[in-house]
Design a protein around this ligand. Structure first.
Ligand code: FES
Length: 137
C-alpha cells in the first residue's frame, strides 16, 4: 500500500474551485469537481503560466496566457492538440501534458499518494508535508 501525506483540508476547497499550495518550492493546484479531488502541477507545461489564474470548466483547465486546455483527470492537452495538424511534428512537441498527482480523501483530509513526487530544478523531490500548514488550517 502506498504511503500517504496530508496536503489539504477538503472543507477548504469548495466545488468547482481551485486552491494553490506550494510543496517543496513547487506550486501544486488542487481542485474539486463533481465531488472528486484532483492535484496537478501549478504551472502550464507550455510556457509556465500560473494556472491558478486560468479557468476551470468541469474537468477542463484553461491556461490564462495562450488558452491551452488540459484534462485534469489525465493531464492530456485538449487544445490546441485538436486543431494542430498531425503531420507537423514541431507543433506536436509543443503539447506537453499537465502533470497529475494521485490523491485520496479520508474524512476532511486530502492525501497525496507518496509516489506522487514533484520534479524541479533537475532533481526529484518528495512532498514536504511540514510546509503545508496553510493548506491544512
Ligand atoms: S503558457 Fe499556458 S498556454 Fe502558453
Amino acid at each position: 500500500m502506498a504511503a500517504l501525506r496530508a496536503i489539504a483540508k477538503t472543507s477548504n476547497l469548495p466545488e468547482g474551485q481551485m486552491q494553490l499550495i506550494e510543496v517543496d518550492g513547487q506550486p501544486l493546484l488542487l481542485m474539486r469537481v463533481a465531488g472528486e479531488f484532483f492535484a496537478v502541477g501549478g504551472l502550464c507545461p507550455h510556457r509556465s503560466a500560473p494556472l491558478i489564474q486560468g479557468w476551470l470548466r468541469g474537468t477542463v483547465l484553461e491556461c490564462p496566457w495562450h488558452h491551452y486546455c488540459y484534462d485534469i483527470r489525465s493531464g492530456e492537452n485538449l487544445y490546441p492538440r485538436n486543431v494542430y495538424p498531425a503531420d507537423l511534428p514541431h507543433l506536436q512537441r509543443d503539447l506537453q501534458p499537465l502533470r497529475c498527482y494521485p490523491v485520496r480523501v479520508d474524512a476532511d483530509t486530502l492525501w497525496l499518494e507518496e509516489e506522487g513526487v514533484l520534479y524541479g530544478h533537475g532533481r526529484e523531490s518528495r512532498m514536504d508535508a511540514s510546509r503545508l500548514g496553510d493548506a491544512l488550517e
